[in-house]
Ligand binder design. Sequence first.
Ligand code: NAP
Length: 282
Amino acid sequence: MSALILDGRSVTKKSEEDLRSRVARIKELSNGAVPILATILVGNDPSSATYVKMKANACTRVGMDSLKIEMSEETTTEELLAEIEKLNANPNIHGILLQHPVPPQINERQCFDSIDLSKDVDGVTCWGFGRMAMNEASYGSATPKGIIRILEAYDIPLEGKHAVVVGRSPILGKPMAMMLLNKNCTVTICHSKTTGLDKIIKNADILVGAVGKPEFIKAEWIKDDAVVIDAGYHEGGVGDIELKPLVNRVKAYTPVPGGVGPMTINTLIYQTVEACELKLAQ
Ligand code: NAP
């Protein structure tokens, strides 16, 4: 039996078609104005610069605009807060992305939390997380929300399933666990202090790997009919899970690359279009 490939590129392509027509409609209704995503890149990290560029390109593909803000490696928390404040106050900006991680002298949590809730399209604020956890209307953190969207696109049943999330970071593992709980999964969250990880993973119907270590989760720990989601991406095109031995035996899996990565970017622009539509409806 070969596994179902949860193809993030094809789900994204379809979503972009839909977003293009929603942006065209916004343009008609608002005298040519389009949704605008502000992207803030602080410092010189080349991977972060690539991610920001990919996000701006995705905006262009659906007819949206993006406003690129680049700040130096020496930026202080106060300077970054002042920039975010300006974007919060700018009525033409519908979403704000602060690319993670920022240089170590910056208080990242304080800066994330200063983003206006109505523009928190990357789902990084504590307030947004709280609303999401309470199952209230909110913008979900883009990577876990993208994972939920790909599971939905392939009609993967979630209710009553045992979901194991390996990783508990504020932007990935923790919100992922809450989103799966909201979908009526029974959720186990694992982290660096978890003991007996292999035995816990053996019981996973849905497994999410968000560890940040190449092929850390071994294929032999995973049961035959599991749905396997790999959020990791490392040099050489490998993720956080040893995927190769699984392709002929699990129920479904996200490839690396081409699984979770495209869904993250798509979810960011999807939520920016939503933010713009909400503003127009006010
Ligand atoms: P992170 O902040 O470094 O968090 C890693 C998590 O893994 C932590 O919660 C850590 O536990 C846990 N962990 C570390 N070693 C472990 C071990 N031996 N056993 C069990 N758990 C362990 O990373 P992140 O930002 O969540 O990212 C995770 C992965 O997703 C990375 O590969 C990253 O590249 C990828 N990612 C992809 C996208 C995308 O768009 N595709 C976006 C974001 C991240 P503690 O909390 O105990 O330290």
